[in-house]
Design a protein around this ligand. Structure first.
Ligand code: 13P
Length: 283
């Protein structure tokens, strides 16, 4: 069932749990994730970066793949198809026009006023089409940062203005997480997270889920996080297994066998995340 994220994340907010956002890169990733989430009766948000959409051929290709997999594999769990870090109004529009049910506009590189202006433009286009909108404030760094510095953290007063002026559905405030692997332990600002949740009353999103210890994920959920984004962790699990398979099977050249050799490891990594989130859900 392809849905937007509204009900999924509002329910998560009410009941203090989080839904997994897992990034897809190709047909097989979408398939492995959908199958594992279905097997665990867990809703899922399929995140697609602009780069991943380009890699797959475009937003229409992605939407067709996901819709067709849901139909042919008889997937019954709630699934959202979400543009991850859309950098412009045009990218968000293309994803929406192709059938994505949710988009993230990430104009966090701009000053607050410009971030608000671009985000509003996306909200005005998305909402009449029943598409939900996530937006970022502060700056979630990349692997080159390894650990967030104070300048990257979202400011509470800016979050309040941003939320009330843009009418977004979900807020991704940068609070110490980075994409990719951390250099040392992440320094999430839980106090600020809770304050932002209370003052904006929006479901919050945690980017850079890879490498955040389970205890911190639990605490983040208590402080208002309703969606956890995970990408690198699945890539590492998959590529390690494929590398081992290729080393052990030098004569194999069938791409189906090669890509599939990462399936079990990737599904195990997905299951571990879902099990963690479900254990919090049951409390
Ligand atoms: P990781 O790659 O660090 O798991 O982050 C994923 C993410 O935040 C996608 O938006």
């Amino acid at each position: 069932m392809l849905l937007n994220m509204k009900e999924m994340l509002n329910k998560a907010k009410e009941n203090k749990y989080a839904v997994a956002h897992l990034n897809i890169n190709n047909l097989e990733w979408a398939r492995f994730i959908l199958e594992e989430c279905e097997a665990n009766s867990s809703p899922v948000i399929l995140g697609v970066s602009e780069g991943a959409a380009r890699y797959m051929g475009g937003y229409d290709v992605v939407a067709c793949i996901v819709k067709s997999l849901i139909k042919d594999l008889e997937i019954n769990i709630p699934v959202a198809l979400h543009l991850d870090h859309g950098s412009t109004f045009e990218a968000c529009k293309s994803a929406i026009d192709a059938g994505f049910t949710s988009v993230m506009i990430d104009a966090s590189r701009f000053e607050l006023d410009e971030n608000i202006r671009i985000t509003k433009e996306v909200v005005n286009y998305a909402h009449p089409k029943n598409v939900t909108v996530e937006a970022e404030i502060g700056h979630v760094g990349g692997e080159e940062d390894g650990i967030a510095n104070e300048l990257m953290y979202a400011k509470v007063d800016e979050c309040i203005i941003f939320a009330s002026e843009t009418n977004i559905d979900f807020l991704a405030p940068a609070l110490g997480s980075v994409h990719g692997l951390y250099k040392g332990e992440p320094k999430l600002d839980f106090e600020r997270m809770l304050e932002i949740k209370e003052k904006t009353n929006l479901p919050l999103v945690l980017h850079g889920g890879t490498g955040i210890p389970d205890e911190m994920i639990r605490k983040a959920i208590e402080c208002g996080i309703c969606k956890i984004n995970v990408n690198t962790e699945l890539q590492i699990a998959w590529s390690k297994a494929v590398r081992e398979f290729l080393d052990a099977n030098e004569k194999v050249y069938d791409p189906r066998k090669i890509i599939k050799s990462g399936e079990v490891a990737m599904k195990e990594a997905i299951k571990a995340k879902l099990t963690l989130l479900q254990s919090i859900n049951k409390k």
